[in-house]
Design a binder for this molecule. Structure first.
Ligand code: SF4
Ligand code: SF4
Length: 80
């Protein structure tokens, strides 16, 4: 039997994001990157890179570290 990892996903509100990238630095699986387009406030918002790594052992676990860290409460976490 294969070990089952917890699965989750996040949604980042790109208009709330102020581009501090704390979330980028804390994700244990480096699943958050930086958008290449500006939001309306003039920041490059953080962006969820998704679970499409093609590797079972990677992907968002729904640990919520990113959401807890975000000073602007721009991240919502969903657990599957
Ligand atoms: S921690 Fe919040 S405000 Fe900072 S880059 Fe991430 S989503 Fe944006
Ligand atoms: S919930 Fe955890 S694993 Fe998922 S993106 Fe945020 S920090 Fe990374």
């Amino acid at each position: 039997m294969t070990k089952k990892r917890k699965k989750g996903r996040i949604v980042i509100d790109r208009e709330l994001c102020k581009g501090c990238y704390l979330c980028v630095s804390v994700c244990p699986d480096q699943l958050i990157g930086v958008s290449d387009s500006l939001n309306q406030k003039g920041y490059y918002p953080a962006e969820f890179k998704g679970n499409n790594t093609g590797e079972e052992e990677r992907g968002c676990t729904g640990c919520a570290t990113c959401a807890i860290t975000c000073p602007d409460v721009a991240i919502e976490v969903y657990r599957e």
